[in-house]
Design a protein around this ligand. Structure first.
Ligand code: HEM
Length: 114
């Protein structure tokens, strides 16, 4: 499969993960939990698989530091939807954390500082 295919899956999954996470931050109602956890779980996995697909298709090294910074951001972002339902009063903080993680992960792609 072409690198473009992995790019599309990677960015689309990111949009789905972030979109549903913000939905959970805004309305962490128990009746939405199952669906949100399912969608964010699938999106998170697809994003990781596409990320590793990109690493291999584009010839990057798995030992590059910027990739592991992105993996750390991915772990943090993937944990947030579950936390949104457990700690509803922290929604404002979770929004800031999600935005910062996305910013760092995107900056890593374009600056690749290490
Ligand atoms: C919070 C998590 C992440 C966000 C927000 C994110 C976002 C992005 C964005 C916006 C791009 C640019 C796509 C394009 O130019 O078409 C990208 C590319 C990429 N991402 Fe991620 N990503 C995340 C996590 C990951 C993870 C976990 C991996 C590795 C397993 C990964 C590996 C890559 C690679 C290899 C590229 C291609 C870089 C290049 O084109 O030079 N990303 N990511």
């Amino acid at each position: 499969m072409s690198p473009s295919f992995y790019h599309v899956i990677h960015v689309f999954s990111m949009a789905a993960l972030v979109g549903y996470s913000f939905y959970a931050f805004a309305l962490p109602a128990p009746e939405t939990k199952k669906r949100v956890m399912m969608v964010t779980g699938i999106a998170s996995l697809a994003m990781l698989i596409a990320g590793f697909g990109l690493i291999s298709k584009m010839g990057y090294s798995f030992s590059a530091g910027w990739i592991w910074v992105k993996v750390a951001c991915w772990i943090g972002l993937s944990m947030l939807p579950g936390m949104a339902y457990r700690r509803r009063e922290r929604a404002g903080l979770f929004i800031v954390i999600a935005l910062v993680l996305v910013l760092i992960a995107i900056a890593m792609v374009y600056f690749k500082p290490f």
